[in-house]
Design a protein around this ligand. Structure first.
Ligand code: C2E
Ligand code: CA
Ligand code: CA
Length: 721
């Protein structure tokens, strides 16, 4: 549409061109317009538009030669200019048409407003200024309008939006062009055509000098921009590096903290304590008067609290303990959690060693304070071992180990106390460790055996049963007392295996004697059960299996459980005891009177026997038989309807006293020491231990004859093997 209108206008102009007016000057202007000035444009600062000198010349031609000449020139200039940017015919024709149309409208606008307007009139017209404005306005309106429509059609934008965005400000270039043309027209009117036009080369030179200058300014600005950008990039790079460095530092600190601290309590860990200890040891080597001490602390009831109240409560208790310890020492001291409920404390730079004892006492007091866990008030205490720098250590491990040894001693001596390490403890600890190791191998090496001690009816001194007592024949140390190795076996857990072996061995032995007719068919054997054995899962099955396997009747087996073990776990003990009793097995409470029995429990326990602890029977040399307690226990047993056995009977006087109090059974050296089964067999064969109804316990003389074998009454050592 634009192109066809442009074509019509072009043809019209061609037809109406006043050829008579067309002179050499016009030709010169036309050539300048098309070939030179179209390439020269002046940027208007701050505006997206340029004044091309060709626009100015077209206005000039309009003013000097009229509309038709200007239209033709504008069309040609439009075509030539667009030819430089595009070879597309439609683009070229479109641009040429836009130029032709806008110049056509401009020419007619002026013609309509001011009549014929050219040549000499230029300088004379009074409304020349208004004409120039109208010229710029008309040219601008049509030109920008057509281009905006074309552009808007190609994009999604509305025409007004496109026009406002891209062409509003270009109006300035048209007014500037029109004004420039009017000035040149006036100059030509005043000075003539050629003087004015000859200044053109000067303008061109000035223009290109200006252009070159602007380019170098632009280049400098670009360079400065680039330098700025480079500086900015560098700054950003530096700040990124700084950020990375900070993050690295933080993560290194984090790992350092994690590597040296206990996650739960935030205290130092073993690594950090060891580190600090080594520093203290080195300092001690350089300064003889520098003193330090290590406390090794273990909570006494942590396991019970943790097991009964759960791990969360256990953790809370540890956190509270950590806090109290931290508060209880000086800032320079190191408090570390070594694992579980064990803590290590380095008391640095002490004035005297008595300070270490004082601090240990204070910490113990602090820890005795009640702790509230999940609304429950809990009491705990701590056992503390103390090692002093005076011993002269080379390694942190050594001083920690010694403090640990002292702590064990504190536990062994009744807990909730502190002990100072002395080198003897170390020797004992090493011996203990060796015992543990030996004990592990003893079962494989068959170093255990059972000895049997008779229990007799006091009324007729007939054999009631035997108590099986474990013996360890150590390859180097000889016979080791169970009082020494049973606690170690309990601690290491070995007691379970060992206990099962005892049970099986004792049942087998008794069944063997029954089958051989050495004892009557109802004679029984008593087997001691340790705490761990008693609470182990599968005890019932184990007992059943052993009885099945050995063929011993359940009523011929008595299990002895110490009073404290039964009472400590009274509820579970009750059900375990019931299950065992349901099997037909006899149940005896050992060492009765030493624990704190609750009568209500005792009443509910399905027991068959109470064994009076030998401490109440008294030491033979001291004659301190405790008549009151023994009498009470016998009455109690009577009321409960259970049998009563007095342990540790060593003298005839004790036998007489027990009989007088109505005690049924007795066990002790007076009747016979624990002896090897071979020795027992010999005695049984000789009829020393009468088990049938007619026979009575041999008179004293008979027994003395046998004591070489059994070691009874006169206290000889039992024979082994
Ligand atoms: P217990 O169960 O109280 O065993 C009785 C202890 O008293 C035995 O010590 C026995 O030799 C000793 N004894 C017996 N008559 C007299 C006496 O007239 N005077 C004195 N002073 N002592 C007498 P033994 O054999 O050294 O055993 C010590 C403890 O070791 C036992 O005390 C028992 O608790 C434990 N024990 C022994 N064998 C076993 C076992 O197979 N398993 C378990 N779990 N513990 C055992
Ligand atoms: Ca016993
Ligand atoms: Ca006992």
């Amino acid at each position: 549409m634009t192109i066809s209108l442009g074509g019509v206008v072009f043809a019209w102009s061609l037809v109406h061109l006043p050829l008579a007016n067309m002179d050499l000057q016009f030709l010169l202007l036309a050539i300048m317009t098309i070939l030179v000035t179209a390439r020269i444009a002046v940027q208007i600062p701050g505006v997206d538009g340029r004044i091309t000198v060709s626009d100015t010349l077209i206005f000039l031609v309009l003013l000097l030669y009229g509309g038709e000449a200007a239209i033709l020139l504008a069309a040609l200039e439009g075509a030539c200019s667009s030819l430089r940017i595009s070879k597309k015919a439609t683009t070229i024709l479109f641009n040429a048409s836009v130029m032709a149309l806008s110049t056509f409208v401009t020419a007619w606008a002026i013609r309509l407003a001011f009549g014929k307007f050219q040549g000499a009139q230029v300088s004379l017209s009074a409304s020349f200024g208004a004409a120039v404005c109208l010229m710029g306005l008309a040219q601008y309106a049509v030109n920008s309008g057509l281009i905006a429509i074309d552009r808007a059609l190609k994009t999604e934008e509305s025409i007004s939006q496109t026009w406002r965005k891209h062409y509003l400000w270009t109006s300035l270039t048209y007014f500037a062009g029109a004004s420039a043309a009017s000035v040149i027209a006036r100059l030509i009117a005043a000075f003539g055509f050629f003087p004015v036009i000859l200044t053109t080369p000067i303008i061109v030179i000035v223009y290109f000098t200006y252009q070159t200058y602007m380019k170098s300014v632009e280049a400098s600005v670009a360079q400065a921009d680039q330098a700025n950008r480079h500086v900015e990039d560098q700054q950003q790079y530096i700040s990124e590096l700084e950020l990375i460095r900070k993050e690295l530092h933080e993560s290194r600190e984090h790992f350092r903290t994690a590597a040296l601290h206990d996650a739960l309590t935030g205290l130092a860990n073993r690594v950090m304590l060891t580190d600090r200890l080594n520093i203290a040891i080195q300092r001690k080597k350089r300064h003889a008067d520098y003193l330090f001490a290590v406390l090794f602390l273990d909570l006494d009831r942590f396991k019970v609290i943790n097991d009964s109240m759960g791990h969360v409560a256990g953790d809370n208790l540890l956190v509270v303990t950590a806090h109290r310890l931290r508060e209880g020492v000086r800032p320079g001291d190191t408090v570390a959690r070594l694992g579980g409920d064990e803590f290590g404390i380095l008391l640095d730079g002490l004035e005297s060693f008595s300070d270490a004892l004082r601090i240990a006492e204070r910490l113990q007091k602090d820890l005795l304070q009640v702790v509230c866990l999940d609304g429950t008030e809990v009491f705990t205490s701590a056992s503390i071992g103390i090692a002093l720098s005076a011993t002269g250590y080379d390694h942190a491990d050594a001083i920690l180990r010694d403090a640990d040894t002292a702590m064990y001693r504190a536990k062994g001596n009744g807990k909730a106390r502190h002990e100072l390490f002395d080198p003897n403890m170390h020797t004992q600890a090493v011996a203990q460790l060796k015992l543990e190791n030996d004990l592990r191998r003893a079962l494989e090496r068959d170093e255990f055996c059972l000895h049997y001690q008779p229990i007799l009816s006091l009324a007729d001194e007939k054999l009631s049963r035997f108590e099986a007592l474990l013996r360890w024949q150590h390859p180097e140390r000889g016979l080791v007392s169970p009082a020494e190795f049973i606690p170690v076996a309990e601690e290491t857990g070995l007691i379970l295996e060992l206990g099962e072996w005892v049970l099986r061995q004792a049942c087998r032995q008794m069944r063997h004697w029954q089958l051989q007719g050495l004892v009557n068919q109802s004679a029984s054997v008593s087997v001691n059960l340790s705490c761990k054995q008693f609470v182990q899962a599968g005890l019932l099955e184990q007992v059943k299996e052993v009885l099945d396997e050995t063929g011993l009747l359940a009523q011929c087996l008595e299990l002895e459980i110490t009073e404290s073990v039964v009472m400590e776990n009274a509820d579970t003990a009750c059900s375990t005891l019931r299950e065992l009793r349901a099997l037909g097995v006899r149940l005896s409470i050992d060492d009765f009177g030493t624990g704190y029995s609750s009568l209500s429990y005792l009443h509910r326990f399905p027991i068959t026997t109470l064994k009076i602890d030998r401490s109440f029977i008294g030491h033979p040399s001291q004659n301190d038989f405790n008549c009151g307690i023994v009498g009470t226990i016998i009455t109690l047993a009577d009321n409960l309807g259970v049998e009563v056995v007095a342990e540790g009977v060593e003298t005839a006087a004790q036998v007489a006293q027990l009989k007088a109090l109505g005690c049924e059974f007795g066990q002790g050296y007076w009747f016979g020491r624990p002896a090897h089964p071979a020795a027992i067999e010999l005695l049984l064969q000789k009829g020393v231990y009468q088990t049938n109804g007619n026979a009575v316990w041999p008179p004293l003389e008979t027994c003395e004859r046998n004591c070489a074998v059994v070691g009874s009454r006169v206290g000889l050592i039992p024979l082994i093997g």
